[in-house]
Structure formats: C-alpha cells, structure tokens
Design a protein around this ligand. Sequence first.
Ligand code: PLP
Length: 628
Amino acid sequence: MWKIEDAIDLYGIERWGNGYFSFNKNGNLVIRPTRKDVHTIDIKNVIDHLSTKKIKFPVLFRFPQILEGQIKELNGAFNNSISEYKYNNRYQAIFPMKVNQRREVIEEIVRSGKKYNMGLEVGTKAELLAALSFELSPDALLICNGFKDDEYLKLALYATKLKNKVVIVIDEYSETGRLLELSRKLDIRPLIGIRAKLYSRGSGKWAESGGESSKFGLTTTEMLDCIRIIAQYEMLEQLQMLHFHIGSQITEIRRIQKAVKEAARVYAKIKQMHINVKYFNIGGGLGIDYDGSKTSSDASANYTIQEYANNVVYSLKEVCDEEDVPHPIVLSESGRAISAYHSLLVINIKGNKNGNRKKRVELRGNEPHIIKELYDGLNEINIKNYLEYYHDALQHRDELLSLFNMGEIELEEKSKGEILFLQICEKAAGFARETQNESDEFEDLNKLLSKKYIGNFSTFQSVPDFWAIKQLFPVVPISRATERPTEYATIVDITCDSDGEIDKFVDLKDVKELLEVHELNNGSYYLAILMLGAYQDTIGDYHNLLGTANEVHIIVADTGEWHIKQVIKGDRNCDVLGYAKYNSNSLFSMFESEVMQAQRDNRVSRQDAEEILDNYKAAMSQYTYMNL
Ligand SMILES: *Cc1c(COP(=O)(O)O)cnc(C)c1O
C-alpha cells in the first residue's frame, strides 16, 4: 500500500524543505510560510482559486513570509553563537541585491530586516540607484561592491551624505586612487572597505570566486599599498571594513572555517597597525541544501545555518583572542540563504511524448512467428517469471529487427512487434518496482520507457541556472501524492531548444535522471519547481520570446487563512516584442495594410479581414505561454 509518507520520502520534500514544504493527507503540496502547522497553505486550493480568477499558468508563487523566516533564522543563529562563545560584538546581515533585485522582494527584506539592522549590498550603478530608494535602519549598512567607474563612485559618495552608513569597498586596487581623489574633490569622507584576496577558496560550483586567481580583491602587497595611499589622504580612520567573498554555495564547512581564519589574521594585523577596522564582512557562500542530503555534493551543504554561524564566530574569536585584538562586528552577505526558499513555479503539463504504447495489439493469425512469441510473452509475463520473459523479449526484438532488415516483415507487423515489446518492458519494469529490483538493467529500462512530459514554461526564463550550470532544483507534483507514481519522466519546456529540458533531479544518494510522476489522465497535472528565489529572477532570459510568468504573492494570516497580497501579470506578447525592439503598433499597421491589400485583391472577404485583424490584435496582448 502506497502511503503519503512514501511520497514524502520519495521526493525527499521534508529533507530539503527546511520546514516550509510537505504533502498533506490529501496528497497535495503544502507550504508553511511561518513553519507553523496552523499556517499551512494547500497549493491545490490556491490553484483552484486562480482558475476562477482566470490567472493562467505558469504561475510564480512568492511567499514573503519565508523571506522573513529566513532572516529570523539567520540572525537567530548568529545571536546563539555569539552568546554561546561569549563573542564580544554583534552580527548584522546584509542582503546582496545581485541575488534578487525585484522590488517586492527587497521591500519585504528591508521591512522584516529592520529590527536586525539588516543592510543591502550592491555591485553596480543600477543596483545602487535601486537600493537608495529604501529606508534602512540607522545602523544598517549600504555596501558598494563591484568594479567602479567614476560615475559609480560619485553616486556612492553623494549617497554617503544622505544615508548614514554607506561603505565603499575597494574591490580592485586601481579604484583606490580614484576614490580618494574624488572624495577630496567633493569634500566627502566615505566609509571605506577593502576586499582581501584570500588563498582559501570555496568548494562546489563557485570555487573559482575565491583563491589567488579570483576576479576581485587585493593581494597582501596591494592591500598594504592601498593602506599607505589612504593614509596619505588622511583617511585612515575611514577605513572600517575588511571584506572577503570566496564564492556562493560553499558546500563544505571546513572551507568556510579556513577562510575565516585566514581573513581574521588579516583583520588582526591591520588592527595592530592602529587602524580602526570595525566590520568583518565574510561575504556570501552560506549554502542551501537543495537535495536534502546534507553532504558536500554540489546541490547541498554539509552544515546547517547554525553550524555556519558557530564556525564563523568561533574561528574569528579564536584568532582575535590569540592576536589580542577586539572582536569586530560580523557581517555576512547571505543572499542565497535568505531568498532561495521564498518562490516556486507551478507549471501545467500539456501531455507527453512517447505516449502511444497503450494501443491494443490484435493478432489476425497470419503474423510471423516472432510476433506471436511477443504476443504470448505479454500475456504470460508475471511477477515470478518477469526476468526471464524480459530477457526473451529483448531477444525477440533483435530478431524482429533482423527479419525486417532482410525484407521478411512488413511495416504494419514491425509496428505491432515494437508495441508488444514496449508493453512487455512496461510490465517488467512494474514488477521490478514491486519487487524492489534496483539492478542496472532495470534502471536502463526505466530510461527507455521514460516519458517526456511537456511543461508549460521556459527553462531559460524561469530556471536559468539549470540550463546554464546544471544547478538542481527540487521538482514535485502538486497533487496526487497519495497515489504511487507509475511513470518516469523528464520535463521538456515549450521553447524550441533541445536544451530546454529538465533531466536531472535531486536525490538523496545521487542525481536522478528521471522524475517519478503520475500517469496523465484527463484532468490537469501540475508540477512545482521549488527554491527558485535566489538568482533565477533576473538571470532568466527571453529565449524564443517567452516572457516572465504571472506572479502571485501569498500571505497566511494568524488564523491560518491565506490571501493573495498581490498579482503581477506576466509579460504579454507585445511586451516581449518590445524587448526585441518591435513596436506593436507599427507591427499592427503593417499587418493591417497587408490584410487590406488581400481584401482589395479579393483573396479575403471583408468579414474575414475584420476577423483576421481582431485576432491579431488580441494575440498581441495575450500571455506568451500556452493557454491550456
Ligand atoms: C554574490 C555575492 C554574494 C552572495 O552570495 P550568496 O552565496 O548568494 O550568499 C555576497 N557577496 C558578494 C560580494 C557577492 O558577489
């Protein structure tokens, strides 16, 4: 008997869900934005509601309360470590805007981060312009990283006049002179940070962001030169932050510990030069366990947020005490950890490729012997003999092919043989599942029998990191978890690009190449792609002119009732055409004159012409995805 616990285990949802996701007794995906049971949202209910509102799929769901939850967890973890290790200073979180610049997301982060003095970090002029629109608490920092031209520096310098704590980080040596010259010219004394290039590096996909050959940061020699120049400009007291960042999604805790220790030494030595560095900024890298394995595999991290905080605080304290320097304020720019969980995409499945195996094969009686063999095989296969019958079928299939190649079999018969063979395979695979036979030959068989479910979405727009770097994201059905999934599938999107296919899935032990899904019946079937809140929103692109998805933001009230806080319509066809520099009005005029000409030439009637034009006009403002 298949139980809901089996589905929870199969998809690993409670292992990677961090308390936010599960399946309920009805087999539906549920979200607990506050992690309290009373605040459980059944996604199927929301979807039914959206259908009555005529909101089309795919739909991106955001749960602002999950952002709040993660901010709370992160601050709580550091506060625990600080009291446990008697660390003599405080922690402040910074949200790096690169991870998700969306206004609604930043608004929520700023709102719920206020009581923790949470700040923002920017890496470009545009991000800085956006960040300047937010009201941070007086002690919160606005950190300016990235390569900076004079325009960027000037913007940041003027910002220091308005906001109390803007820190301009020297990420690259040549910025030093320009920053100091400009600040002298404008007579502005900014807070200055320097980014250290460490020998330590991260682990996982982003390991190259750290180490000696990293793109950013100052070598020891550059750092000393930089300090000398700052001193010449009599700005040493403004140098208040030491920053480093060894890459995102660091999978091994020991890498973090090593980097913190190395950077802590740098901090201590600078401090001993009587420079008033107050902030120790450990950058990003706090990893998320996308596959629930709690290991150092690429899609996971072998530590919790609490262990991360413990390691950072403990290592930093140890070095500071040894060097006899005061404990600095600890900052982390943990973007992924704050935002990854808060959004998910629900897609509807249009149908599947390789779907014609259900056809019943009837024998007329005069078929070649080989077809009869397969036919009998299909009728006689059972749980006791399936191994033998499967092996026989493999042989018969080969024989079928050679007979065809010798011209002894007609197409009609070849087709019958192929269908019978696949039906035997399906039965064998079913028996293998039932008997928990996990041998290699049945894994290969599952692949052969797997379906391609056509999902109404674009990988490039909504899950770009899967395409770009094969980053894994959990995928689960949003209902029917009470039924045993009987199909294996990959999910192809609706772009005309063969790369638009999700064919790697999270798994506890390994990476799955096929996802267990339910057979498509006549009703709709939906899948959710989860943990899309970090990086995916703006890395997504307009391949095939498929645009942003419709978006709904959902809040759950204290009573447990949910409501939609906001609906943001996805791109229409005219919007994406605009991105490609087409003007929808001129497109319409051109089309219109063509239709008029056709009417004059009597190729279309007046009535047809009107309908053709109305249809064109309507299409311009339709959603870019399939209307299913
Ligand atoms: C990208 C980046 C971050 C965010 O890293 P996460 O791993 O997402 O937390 C933080 N700081 C800097 C300087 C970055 O470039």
